[in-house]
Design a protein around this ligand. Sequence first.
Ligand SMILES: [Zn+2]
Length: 62
Amino acid sequence: MAVPKQHQSHSRTAKRRAQHGIAAPTGGGCPECGAPRLAHRVCSSCGTYGGRAVISPAKLDQ
Ligand SMILES: [Zn+2]
């Protein structure tokens, strides 16, 4: 049986287990241009949201 060399604190165990429920951010690419985009956010590539242009891509370059 493996014997721990040093005691691991409850805090350190909890910090490790805090990562167990983490998943990758959801949301695929932009339906308009296919660029990676977070869900419920205006596309930073083409400036569309919900199928319509919200901001012009020229403004995004500034
Ligand atoms: Zn887009």
